[in-house]
Design a protein around this ligand. Structure first.
Ligand SMILES: Nc1nc(=O)c2c([nH]1)NC[C@@H]1CN(c3ccc(C(=O)N[C@@H](CCC(=O)O)C(=O)O)cc3)C=[N+]21
Length: 284
């Protein structure tokens, strides 16, 4: 068997086309503020691609590139200013933040209505309660992939490997919201392979290259690879996922890396920005 390639591109294109239409229909163009501290190359590149994609779908974006040594107070005062600015609909603080910044108060400072990452504790609680308006981009984008390729979720066994606040935990909440039977596995899970082999839908977000091998996968399962690991292969940089390529021989469907989930993370950020703008327009 060889797994269907669950490519992100057609899914992202369909979502972005809908987003562009919704942006057009608004009284004012949606506006997204992207905040980044320091010059971490991955963060620079991610923020650049978000900024570029926004322009393509009619979202006005602005990058606030602050120095690495920006203080917590300075960052909080920028967020307060953007919260108060009525024409700004979405605010994203790129993670990870430098070590001297305390992340929790920063996420708490973003107006929940402008929290296009879905990381504010109010939005996290709404999500677990099953009625969030703004969901974290990566797991929400994964639901778009499942829907696009016709993968049923209700009643299925879903296993999420990884318990991060930005992927694993919200993914579990959203799969539960779609009536899956959900298990969260992690680095301390005993006999991980026995757990992952139960999965009809296996979502892997552990940040370890090629960690999931074929014998850990139920034949025919849908496997979603969230990993983006930059590794060195014979002196050349290469991006690989958390799932070993041989898994394609047992899985029913597999997302590629690159070209899979990452594309949906960015597309879903655009969707969340338009949703935030729509909700704020309705408030006035
Ligand atoms: N506040 C915040 N929100 C985020 O949403 C957020 C963040 N911080 N910090 C870092 C992670 C990572 N992330 C990705 C964005 C785009 C791709 C992406 O475009 N991937 C492409 C290209 C891969 C590449 O060349 O790097 C692909 O998978 O094909 C991946 C990952 C957003 N994140």
């Amino acid at each position: 068997m060889t797994a269907a390639n669950l490519a992100g591109k057609p899914v992202a294109e369909a979502l972005l086309a809908e987003v562009a239409q919704r942006a057009q229909a608004l009284p004012h163009p949606p506006r997204l503020a992207l905040i980044r501290l320091g010059e971490d190359p991955a963060s620079v590149s991610y923020v650049r691609s978000k900024d570029k994609k926004a322009g393509e779908v009619g979202i006005q974006s602005e990058v606030h590139a602050l120095p690495e040594d920006t203080t917590q107070e300075e960052l909080l005062s920028l967020i307060a200013r953007l919260n108060a600015e009525g024409s700004v609909h979405g605010i994203l603080v790129q993670l990870p933040l430098p070590a001297h910044i305390d992340e929790a108060p920063v996420l708490l400072a973003v107006d929940p209505a402008k929290d296009v990452d879905g990381f504010h504790p109010y939005n996290v609680a709404q999500m677990w309660a099953g009625h969030a308006q703004l969901n974290p981009c990566t797991p929400r984008g994964i639901l778009e992939i499942l829907d696009f390729y016709g993968v049923d979720v209700a009643g299925k066994r879903a296993v999420v490997v990884g318990r991060s606040e930005i992927v694993g935990r919200p993914m579990a909440a959203m799969l539960l919201g779609r009536d899956a039977t959900v298990t969260i596995a992690h680095s301390r899970t005993a006999d991980l392979g026995a757990v992952t082999r139960e999965a009809d839908i296996l979502v892997v977000a552990v940040g370890r290259p090629q960690f999931i091998t074929p014998e850990m996968v139920k034949p025919g399962a849908t496997v979603i690879d969230v990993g983006i690991n930059r590794i060195d292969v014979g002196g050349k940089g290469k991006i690989v996922g958390d799932v070993h390529p041989d898994v394609a021989e047992v899985a029913g469907g597999l997302t590629p890396v690159p070209g899979g989930v990452g594309l949906l993370t960015v597309a879903q950020l655009m969707a969340n920005t338009v949703t935030a703008a729509e909700l704020q327009a309705a408030e006035r």
